[in-house]
Ligand binder design. Structure first.
Ligand code: PBG
Length: 350
């Protein structure tokens, strides 16, 4: 038997407190935290600009930037301004942006026909950005809500959102965007079977290298409010999205959603919203080991910004803390409206 280097008693300095309780100080957790260099050394997770996806809102016009009152410092950009933002993204080291159109209400109809127009705003933005900034990843959203007069992600009959009819249109929408130069098709509609249908549609038209990022576990959330202001659907949305988006009370169901999307050919999956659903991110990552993304949605952004602008919290610190939380939960990357601000902050830190 090996002789212990030191007697056990010496290894366990037990100190008695004034109240007479024993304090075991063998392990002082604070040692590793005593200075910045050691904190850096033992840090388990890091956030880099390579983890960021920047969602951008697009409007008609040229040279136009429109503020969004419920999303302080975020603006809707005309296509030329979006090209400029895309250049900024590359310059900052952000790998990809995600485009969301604000469609003129006059162009919305019950079937969301504008989604299939090869010259719609998103398609023009895609083409313009691809031409000028070819090295930036371009993500486009699949769902009909920016285009429907009723604000739902699918077509309706009476009160119902029709699944299969909607999926057929979504496949056409995906092809329309792929032709315009989209690199990643991101279905956010939560119709059943859409990932497989879109994959088959893309492959049949020679777009086998276009990726699919599935909004796999997307919850019916109050945190999307400011986004709906941004794309102009808050005023028009009839009812809610609870017959297709998930119940916030569920977790096992998220795993079934993710499993289905992977089975149907998703290259990466997303959990949305972000911070209130970190447990879901962790379960998805542990169960499927697939590239997993979090969407820090508009309402999460708005909450941090509102508190920061009131001087109630340190906005930049809250921003960085919220983002490292996604990494800690297992996310490979985060869609966040803070993306350019975070990227600048990370650059300063080095
Ligand atoms: C719509 C869509 C939504 C978001 C992304 N795509 C809103 C919704 O489902 O109503 C939300 C993004 C955000 O809140 O930042 N298909």
């Amino acid at each position: 038997m090996a002789t212990p280097l030191r007697p056990k008693a010496e290894l366990t300095p037990v100190v008695e407190t004034k109240a007479g309780e024993a304090l075991d100080l063998t392990h002082r957790m604070r040692r590793n935290r005593k200075a910045e260099w050691t904190r850096k050394l033992v840090r388990e997770n890091v956030l880099t600009t390579g983890d960021l996806i920047w969602p951008i809102f697009i409007i008609e016009g040229t040279n136009k930037r429109e503020p969004i009152s419920s999303m302080p410092l975020v603006e809707r950009l005309s296509v030329d301004e979006a090209v400029r933002a895309a250049g900024e993204a590359v310059e900052l080291g952000i790998p990809a942006i995600a485009l969301f159109p604000h469609t003129d209400p006059a162009m919305r109809d019950p079937r969301g026909s504008e989604a299939l127009n090869p010259q719609n705003l998103v398609c023009r933005a895609c083409a313009a950005i691809k031409k000028e900034i070819p090295d930036l990843g371009l993500i486009t959203d699949i769902a009909l809500d920016p285009y429907t007069s009723h604000g739902h992600d699918g077509v309706m009959r009476g009160e119902d959102i029709l699944n299969d009819e909607t999926v057929e249109i979504l496949v056409q929408q995906a092809l329309n965007q792929a032709r315009a130069g989209s690199d990643i098709i991101a279905p956010s509609d939560m119709m059943d079977g859409r990932v497989g249908a879109i994959r088959a549609g893309l492959d049949a038209e020679g777009f086998e290298m276009v990726q699919i990022m599935a909004y796999a576990a997307k919850y019916a959330s109050a945190f999307y409010g400011p986004f709906r202001d941004a794309i102009g659907t808050s005023a028009t949305l009839i009812g809610d999205k609870r017959t297709y988006q998930m119940d916030p009370a569920n977790s096992d169901e998220a795993l079934r959603e993710v499993a289905a999307d992977i089975e149907e050919g998703a290259d990466m999956v997303m959990v949305k919203p972000g911070l209130p659903y970190l447990d879901i991110i962790r379960r998805v990552k542990d169960n499927f080991s697939i590239p997993t993304f979090a969407y820090q949605v508009s309402g999460e952004y708005a909450m941090i910004m509102a508190a920061a602008l009131n001087g109630w919290i340190d906005g930049d610190r809250a921003m960085m803390e919220s983002l490292i939380a996604f990494k800690r939960a297992g996310a490979d990357g985060v869609l966040t409206y803070f993306a350019p601000r975070v990227a600048r902050k990370l650059r300063e830190r080095r």
